[in-house]
Design a protein around this ligand. Structure first.
Ligand code: DP6
Length: 322
C-alpha cells in the first residue's frame, strides 16, 4: 500500500492536441509551473482478494464512466509493471474539479506515483511520468515540482516530462481567479481533438509552440519573470484562438474571464507588470513577480472579492506519505 501526493500544474506553453489519442502523444512539447496550493492525495492498495478495482474520489464511489476510465488506466499500469492484482484506490482532491484548474494533472500523477510505490518494484520518476501521461497528458508534468517540460517524444517510451528547475530561485508566482468552479462543458480532451481536426490554423500552432518553447526556456534561464509572463499570455491566447477557429467553434472564455483579463491589462497600464493565462475553463490565472503580490491582490479583490483569489507559490513534485 502507498499514498502519493501530487500538485496540479499550469502550462506556460500549452499542450493542445494529440497525434496519438490512445497513447496520449502530443503534437508539441509543453512547459508548466507546478502549484503548491492545489493537489491530490491518492492511496493505492493491491489486494489479491479483489475481483475488480475499487475507486473512491473524495470519499464517494465513482460512477460507471469514471470506473471504466480508471480501471483501463490500472490495466495499462498492470501491463507495464507486470502486476496481476486489483487495487483499492482512494483519492482526495484539494482542487475544484473540472474548472480549468487542471485537477486531472494532479489526479493521474498521484495515482501513477502511488501505483509504482505500492507495486514494490523498482522504478524511476520518469517511469511515473510516462505512466501518468496515459491518464491525462498534463499529468506527465505534475510528477515534477517547479518548472517542468514535457518532451513530446516519438512513442510511448520517450514521451515524458523532466524538470527544468524543481526549486525556483526567483519570484515567479500565480494568482488563480476562481470565476466558475462548476464542471466545464467541453472537456480538454474533446476540445483539443476537435481543434486538431478542424481549425485551419492548427498547423501554425506547431511553429508557435516551437518558438515559444525556445523563448520561454531562455526567459527562465534569465529569471525574467515579466518575459515569462508575456510569452505565457501570448501562448495561451493563441491556443484559445484555435478553439474560436474550430468547427463547430467554441470558447472557454466567459464574460468574467474577459473582465479578469481587462483588470490585468489595467494593472499593466498602471505600471504593475502582470500577465494572464487560461486553460480549458473560464478561470484566469495571473502570473507575476512575488514582490508585486499585494498590489495585484488589492486591485483584483476590489472586482472579484478576496475569497475568489488563491495565491500559489511554485509547488513540489510527487511526495509519498507513510
Ligand atoms: C489547456 O491534460 O487535461 O490545460 O490529455 O486529454 O487528458 P488530456 O488533456 P489535459 O489537457 C490540458 C490542456 C491545457 C494545457 C496544458 O495543461 O498544457
Amino acid at each position: 500500500m502507498a499514498t502519493a501526493k501530487a500538485h496540479t500544474n499550469i502550462a506556460l506553453v500549452k499542450y493542445w492536441g494529440k497525434r496519438d489519442n490512445q497513447l496520449i502523444l502530443p503534437w508539441t512539447d509543453s512547459l508548466s509551473l507546478t502549484l503548491n496550493e492545489f493537489y491530490t492525495t491518492t492511496t493505492v492498495k493491491f489486494d489479491s482478494e479483489l475481483s475488480q478495482d475499487e475507486f473512491t474520489i473524495d470519499q464517494m464511489p465513482v460512477d460507471e464512466k469514471n470506473f471504466m476510465k480508471l480501471t483501463h488506466f490500472m490495466d495499462i499500469a498492470r501491463e507495464k509493471i507486470e502486476l496481476t492484482q486489483f487495487a483499492h484506490v482512494d483519492s482526495i482532491n484539494h482542487v475544484p474539479i473540472s474548472a480549468g484548474l487542471a485537477s486531472s494533472s494532479s489526479a493521474f500523477a498521484a495515482l501513477a506515483g502511488a501505483i509504482y510505490e505500492a507495486s514494490g518494484k523498482p522504478y524511476t520518476m520518469t517511469d511515473v511520468s510516462r505512466l501518468a501521461r496515459r491518464g491525462s497528458g498534463s499529468a506527465t508534468r505534475s510528477v515534477f515540482g517547479g518548472l517542468a517540460q514535457w518532451h513530446k517524444g516519438t512513442d510511448d517510451n520517450d514521451s515524458f516530462a523532466s524538470p527544468i528547475q524543481e526549486k525556483l530561485d526567483f519570484g515567479l508566482e500565480m494568482i488563480a481567479i476562481l470565476l466558475d468552479t462548476k464542471k466545464k462543458k467541453i472537456s480538454s480532451r474533446s476540445g483539443m481533438q476537435n481543434t486538431v481536426t478542424t481549425s485551419p490554423f492548427y498547423h501554425e500552432w506547431l511553429s508557435v509552440v516551437e518558438n515559444d518553447m525556445r523563448a520561454m526556456k531562455q526567459a527562465i534561464a534569465d529569471k525574467d519573470v515579466h518575459l515569462i509572463g508575456k510569452i505565457a499570455e501570448s501562448n495561451a491566447m493563441r491556443m484559445h484562438s484555435l478553439t474560436l477557429s474550430a468547427d463547430p467553434h467554441f470558447t472557454y472564455f466567459n464574460a468574467d474571464s474577459l473582465l479578469a483579463m481587462q483588470e490585468v491589462e489595467k494593472l499593466r497600464e498602471n505600471g504593475v507588470e502582470c500577465f494572464y493565462t487560461m486553460d480549458a475553463g473560464p478561470n484566469v490565472k495571473v502570473i507575476y513577480d512575488c514582490q508585486d503580490r499585494d498590489v495585484i491582490l488589492a486591485s483584483l479583490a476590489k472586482v472579484f472579492g478576496r475569497n475568489q483569489l488563491v495565491v500559489s507559490q511554485p509547488g513540489p513534485g510527487i511526495t509519498f506519505m507513510k
